[in-house]
Design a protein around this ligand. Structure first.
Ligand code: ZN
Length: 392
């Protein structure tokens, strides 16, 4: 058994000062404060001194990083992305598609399904090869093809489709059941039927890339939508007399919602407004990161399109095209923009996305879950990321 001690631990709902984290075979067996529990004689004590421990981050909207695009890269290239994410505190993520020709999308889905199955099997077999001690893809996010032409962002118009259960089923089949989240514009003809079917299959339905009026957004919630994708971006703007989708996203308690808190996609003051509206329980941080993340300025691939990165901004023909944000930075931005505590900001990158996506074994530190956690400095800077209790 390994016992980890530190200055503080966020579960993230609870704060434990002078914590002891007990790890048995890669699984957390107990969490306690030092005052309440002795360290067993047969265990190895790892003292992380003034560090803060928190669950590993979960990013439910990620297109790539470290030069790797999740739709285009070979299976053998994914470990490079996984290693990069691990350095930034992420231990699990949803590789996210962009609208592309249907056959290309299906090929990408099948490859990503294999990546998810391989990392899952590795964990089961207690495979301690280096690749299994990194961030893992745990489900797929379909961003498209059911998006609004008017609010498509950089998703190519020729690959957008009208929602049908048949196409949705085709995509799910290609992904071998690993689709966990789908972004859809609820105002499209056929959308409500697809939303209901996706919800029935436990896919997190997220409204976004949408020009919906208020009524269409409300109908989506009625049909089973429970989340919203990069709030404010690729959404009909809020007007106080024509509220539209944004009023529903910000005000409806049944919806959690995510935001790209890089200070570029949404102004810092509006990130603060968003966090106040969705609160501690329903705010989710995403990165929407592209292959360019962690790389020098230049040209990078985002699914079927090419994007240009300059000075931290990722564009295609002047339109924002994903980000170069990392999750540790998003958390620190939430602290800086909204004055949120480290604990509350961490929650928006751990427990909240896990709950939204129905991942009961992620986003928290508790007995019985994998020992996937970040070791942070007092300001939230990542000192180390531990996957399945290894590498301490
Ligand atoms: Zn995206």
């Amino acid at each position: 058994m390994i016992v980890v001690s530190a200055k503080r631990l966020f579960t993230p709902l609870e704060t434990i000062d002078d914590p002891l984290l007990f790890i048995d075979d890669g699984i957390i067996s107990a969490i306690s404060s030092r005052a309440h529990r002795a360290i067993p004689n047969n265990s190895t004590l790892v003292d992380l001194q003034n560090s803060v421990l928190a669950p590993g981050f979960l990013d439910i909207h990620l297109h790539g990083g470290a030069g790797i695009d999740v739709m285009r890269s070979a299976l053998s290239e994914l470990p490079r992305l996984n290693r990069f994410l691990t350095k930034h505190g992420v231990t699990a993520y949803f590789p996210t598609t962009v609208a592309a020709p249907l056959d290309q999308t299906c090929q990408a889905l099948s490859r990503l399904a294999e990546a998810i199955e391989l990392s899952g099997n590795g964990a089961l077999k207690n495979d301690l090869s280096k690749d299994n001690l990194q961030a893992k893809p745990v489900g797929i996010h379909l961003e498209g093809p059911f998006l609004s032409h008017k609010r498509r962002g950089v998703h190519p118009p020729e690959y957008l489709l009208e929602p049908t259960v048949k196409t949705f089923d085709h995509l799910c089949h290609a992904a071998r059941g690993h689709v966990r989240m789908m972004t859809i514009a609820p105002e499209l003809p056929g959308a409500l039927e697809v939303i209901a079917e996706a919800a029935r299959r436990n896919v997190l339905v997220s409204i976004g890339h949408s020009d919906a009026q208020l009524e269409a957004a409300q109908a989506a919630v009625q049909a089973g939508a429970r989340h919203a994708t990069h709030t404010f971006n690729a959404m009909r703007p809020l007007d106080h007399r024509d509220p539209g989708i944004l009023a529903e996203v910000l005000a409806e308690a049944q919806l959690s919602a995510d935001i790209i808190a890089d200070g570029i996609h949404v102004a810092p003051e509006v990130v603060k407004l968003f966090l106040q509206a969705k609160g501690l329980e329903r705010s989710v941080l995403i990165t929407d990161a592209t292959a360019a993340t962690g790389m020098p300025d230049g040209l990078y691939q985002l699914g079927p399109i090419q994007v240009e990165v300059k000075d931290g901004t990722c564009t295609m023909q002047g339109k924002l095209a994903g980000s170069v944000l990392t999750m540790d930075r998003a958390i620190r931005n939430a602290m800086a923009f909204a004055g949120w505590s480290l604990q509350d900001s961490l929650r928006a990158a751990t427990l909240n996305p896990a709950r939204a996506a129905g991942l009961t074994n992620h986003g928290k530190l508790a007995p019985g879950v994998a020992a996937d956690f970040v070791v942070l400095g007092p300001e939230g800077e990542v000192r180390n990321t531990i996957v399945r209790g290894r590498g301490l």
